[in-house]
Design a protein around this ligand. Structure first.
Ligand SMILES: N[C@@H](CCC(=O)N[C@@H](CS)C(=O)NCC(=O)O)C(=O)O
Length: 216
């Protein structure tokens, strides 16, 4: 049985749970991190020495780092679906978007805007820095808008691992009170994803508990 640890409001847990839902994998979910604690216990640290969520235990195979977990689950359970290809060139189509998201979009959106603006109490916000990150996000989403012209998902007409990290940002990006450019193709992509039960259940999770909180 697959066990997944992490609180439902965790961005990185959401990526994993979205894929678990898409693949229809039987699993047990254990809330951890945030107010649930657990992540600093010796048992948890023995699984992930960084004490971060998500972590999975798949019949004794322990994996941490959300995007490594995505690759693991897709390779283990997604062969023959659009989530995994044994051809390295084909697989790189999705992997480049995963890595771009983690290296470029996530630092600007999740760290710069979501943490800098939403999670930081108003009196402590550095709005000059936040505004630079909002502008960087506008450029990222405008680029995605150009990529998505004439296609349903980032790598073509099927949902792949390439969509998961970037599209996990969409719910928060469109919900928080910041300036955004017009990105009609990104908005159409977001509407398409909202038709997927796994996206609605695991990504569109209200995040009010995180407002003004920097403690986890
Ligand atoms: N690079 C790691 C980051 C893990 C991480 O920072 N997780 C956050 C939640 S998104 C965490 O554990 N925060 C502490 C907490 O929830 O208590 C990954 O992608 O899995």
């Amino acid at each position: 049985m697959l066990t997944v640890w992490g609180r439902c409001s965790s961005f990185n847990l959401q990526k994993v749970m979205w894929l678990v839902g898409e693949l229809g994998l039987p699993h047990r979910h254990i809330p951890a991190g945030g107010d649930y604690g657990i992540k600093d216990t010796p048992e948890f640290l023995a699984m992930n020495p960084h004490g971060r969520v998500p972590v999975i235990d798949d019949d004794g195979t322990i994996v941490w780092e959300s995007q490594t977990i995505l690759r693991y689950l897709a390779a283990r359970y997604g062969r023959g679906t659009a989530f995994w290809s044994d051809d390295p060139g084909e697989r790189s189509q999705a992997e480049r978007w995963m890595d771009w998201s983690q290296a470029s979009l996530q630092p600007d959106f999740l760290n710069g805007v979501f943490w800098g603006f939403y999670r930081t109490p108003e009196a402590q916000r550095n709005m000059a820095a936040v505004n630079r990150r909002i502008a960087a996000c506008a450029r990222h989403f405008e680029l995605l808008d150009r990529i998505l012209a004439g296609r349903k998902f980032l790598c073509g007409n099927s949902l792949t691992l390439g969509d998961i990290p970037a599209a996990t940002s969409l719910y928060r990006y469109f919900e928080i009170a910041i300036d955004r450019p017009a990105v009609p193709n990104v908005e159409a992509w977001y509407r398409r994803l909202q038709q997927r039960p796994a996206y609605r259940e695991h990504v569109m999770v209200p995040f009010g508990e995180l407002y003004g909180r920097l403690d986890y």
